[in-house]
Design a protein. Structure first.
Length: 270
């Protein structure tokens, strides 16, 4: 599937309101700026406002703040149901009963669906965001660029993009390692945890690092300077920074189930 990544991004963005990474080990930090590859949805970094000598002085007193982590966050799209899963008698996995993330998800037939599970995710974002963004709005370095204003990182993630068949995914994050490998069971990870999974015919990716490392960034927020309309709609209004920046929309037309753009005959291009 050529456009699997952007289909996954579309599905997760619809339920999380954040940009999803198809490659969570790829480092993304608050303050990064760059562009997005239209074919893949991958964020391509050009620089970081804290490292760029031309604009670093504007940002130094607004360093990113990190919030307390959640225990877990799971996003799903186009699922029929979710439930606890049961192991067959011949499959014995140490620590499965105490798994911090555990469940089974069934996806809709004929539709692509997506799942993203994160262990102990935490958000990092600009402190005094509106003040900082107001300072940056006219910087030439950020012209026609996207700015990362928030990241969600974790020490373990699992993502899945279903096929259009009758897919079911069973997933658990266990605290023991290494994990014995049984038929139809995948194992991996490092000290601190490991994913156990039984998946369908879709695309499955996962990673696990020691707790406290926050090695993966499955979600982030992109903003861009709002295009000027040419109308003096705020001529007598007080300056409002929320009008200067806007959340970035995906750079493609609505996608079909295979991630191809759906452009209809009566579409008007501007």
């Amino acid at each position: 599937m050529k456009y699997a990544s952007r289909k996954y991004i579309d599905l997760i963005q619809a339920v999380s309101s954040k940009w999803a990474s198809w490659d969570p080990p790829h480092p993304i930090k608050v303050g990064d700026y760059g562009t997005v590859d239209k074919d893949t949805g991958r964020f391509e970094k050009d620089g970081n406002i804290y490292d760029d000598p031309a604009i670093a002085a504007l940002s130094l007193d607004h360093q990113p703040e990190t919030l307390a982590p959640d225990e877990k966050i799971i996003f799903t799209s186009q699922t029929e149901n979710s439930s606890e899963f049961k192991l067959s008698p011949e499959v014995k996995i140490p620590g499965i009963a105490e798994a911090s993330i555990k469940g089974q998800w069934k996806f809709k037939t004929g539709k692509r669906g997506a799942l993203l599970a994160m262990a102990q995710p935490r958000s990092s974002k600009f402190s005094s965001e509106n003040v900082l963004l107001k300072r940056l709005v006219d910087r030439p370095e950020l012209k026609d660029k996207y700015l990362v204003t928030e990241t969600v990182s974790c020490h373990a993630y699992s993502l899945y993009l279903s096929s259009k068949s009758d897919d079911t995914v069973s997933l658990a994050l266990v605290a023991t390692t290494p994990i014995p490998v049984a038929p139809l069971v995948s194992a991996g990870g490092e000290v601190g945890g490991s994913w156990w999974s039984k998946t369908g015919s879709g695309v499955f990716r996962h990673g696990c690092a020691p707790q406290g490392t926050y090695s993966f960034t499955p979600l982030f927020v992109l903003k861009q300077v709002r295009k000027k309309s040419g109308f003096p709609y705020r001529e007598h209004a007080e300056e409002d920074n929320s009008d200067d920046w806007e959340t970035v929309n995906t750079p493609w037309w609505p996608l079909d189930e295979d991630g191809e753009e759906e452009v209809f005959e009566d579409t008007v291009f501007e």
